[in-house]
Design a protein around this ligand. Structure first.
Ligand SMILES: [Zn+2]
Ligand SMILES: [Zn+2]
Length: 455
């Protein structure tokens, strides 16, 4: 009635007497806002006082945006900002802060809002919002909490530089925990960037996984090294030592995996050749197992000379692993002039892979076959196709003329031109006879997995 009779001051007084105990919050909100509008339109001189009464009341009944708006309208920016903050209307809070002078005050308020916004986002786990606003501390927080999946996927959206920084941090943490396979998996997911500071990470994973001889881990390692070497290839030429080093790891990994493949398809002879070739990598792979596997595979293929020599070395290694002080008795004559590392250069595991009973079975076979006298004199030989000298069949280089050969991707044997064939897709070479055996069993190139035919 006061309002209708245009007695606005009286109307305002009356409205202000209404408290939150009389009506519900929505009703109060409406009444007080009406009162505020009356003052704005007809009693300008009273507006600030009205706001000082209704503002706190609106806050009390949790009508934060209403409170913020009335505070803002009369220039009570700090109070308005506080109210906007409470209802998380960050943009409005920033708008208010922009109107504040002097500038020092404005900056202080802007920072305060930023902090509050951030802590609210952190509480709600909304790190993506923090990062998307250009504040990389969100990534830092995620990494500290070990939420790597989210951290890396957000970092990925920020470009390669940010991604690489967090891939590095992730790798460091995971490698320290011995999580080689997991680290490799994640690196594969982010396409294995070939950058200098990551190279030690790739190297550690390669060294550790190769030493373990576990097919699941090896498969992940192969994927990682394939991507890495592809990336390296686009940056450096194939004679670059970094490329050579990682390509070598890739070949070893591939050949180690080929063992299971040949076993699965009963490729007895290729398996024997492959297991023999792998002995040249006994600095990288688990050495005692490599000799045991080579002995078993050669014996199964009827290659008794080689089996005899490899088993003998295995038994020697078995004894050294059992009693490391007793390494003096090792004899390397059988392996001279080969590319197989001497037993003094290879790292040995702490424990043997088989028990003494199984070892005795092997020893019995060795002693039994030795009775023949003609067995196990020499490792299998071939003629160097360059100088004609005799050399160990599996060596990738001739000690006489220094000729080098690439390894066959099926058996690891030296790829001599006269009997080499190539995959039509990846161009990797294999020895014709082993290629044909392998393709007839699997129909796929062992390196690139493309469909292939026999030659
Ligand atoms: Zn030669
Ligand atoms: Zn291929």
């Amino acid at each position: 009635m006061w309002e209708e009779s245009r007695d606005y001051n009286k109307a305002i007084d009356r409205y202000l007497e209404i408290t939150e105990t009389m009506f519900g919050p929505d009703m109060c909100d409406e009444i007080w806002n009406g009162c505020f509008n009356l003052a704005m339109n007809y009693a300008k001189d009273r507006v600030q006082d009205v706001v000082l009464v209704i503002g706190p009341r609106l806050l009390k009944i949790s009508k934060f945006d209403s409170a913020a708006e009335v505070f803002e309208a009369v220039g009570f920016f700090e109070k308005a900002i506080e109210a906007y903050t409470q209802c998380q209307k960050w943009d409005r809070a920033f708008e208010c802060a922009q109107q504040v002078r002097p500038m020092e005050m404005q900056h202080m308020l802007m920072n305060k809002i930023q902090e509050q916004k951030k802590s609210m986002l952190i509480q709600g786990g909304k790190f993506n919002k923090i990062v998307e606003s250009g504040d990389m501390s969100g990534l830092e927080m995620l990494s500290q909490r070990g939420q790597w999946e989210e951290c890396l996927s957000l970092a990925n959206n920020q470009g390669p530089e940010v991604l690489n920084t967090y891939l590095m941090k992730f790798s460091k943490t995971f490698l320290q925990q011995g999580q080689f396979k997991e680290t490799a998996r994640v690196l594969v997911r982010y396409n294995c960037p070939a950058i200098q500071q990551m190279l030690p990470v790739y190297k550690t994973i390669s060294v550790e996984v190769l030493a373990m001889d576990n097919n699941v881990e090896l498969a992940v390692l192969k994927e990682m090294l394939q991507k890495l070497t592809e990336n390296l290839e686009s940056q450096v030429d194939k004679k670059n030592p970094i490329f050579i080093e990682f390509y070598r790891y890739l070949v070893i990994t591939h050949l180690q995996l080929m063992k299971g493949d040949c076993q699965k398809h009963n490729l007895t002879v290729p398996l024997a050749q492959l297991s023999s070739s792998l002995l040249r990598y006994t600095k990288e792979i688990r050495a005692d197992k490599a000799y045991l596997d080579a002995g078993n595979a050669c014996r199964a293929a009827g290659l008794n000379d080689a089996a005899f020599i490899y088993f003998n070395r295995y038994i020697d290694l078995f004894d050294v692993i059992d009693d490391p002080d007793n390494a003096g008795g090792l004899d390397n004559t059988a392996f001279e002039n080969t590319d197989i590392p001497s037993p003094f250069e290879i790292p040995l595991p702490e424990k043997n892979i088989i028990g003494p009973n199984e070892r005795d079975h092997i020893r019995d076979w060795v002693l039994e076959i030795k009775v023949d006298g003609s067995v196990g004199q020499n490792l299998p030989q071939r003629r160097c196709d360059n100088c004609g000298d005799d050399m160990y069949e599996c060596s990738l280089n001739c000690t006489n003329c220094q000729q080098n050969w690439e390894p066959c991707i099926i058996t690891g044997l030296p790829l001599v031109k006269s009997n080499a064939v190539q995959c039509k897709i990846c161009n990797k070479g294999a020895i014709r006879e082993h290629w044909n055996d392998y393709i007839s069993a699997t129909m796929h190139c062992p390196w690139c997995k493309s469909m292939q035919t026999q030659y």
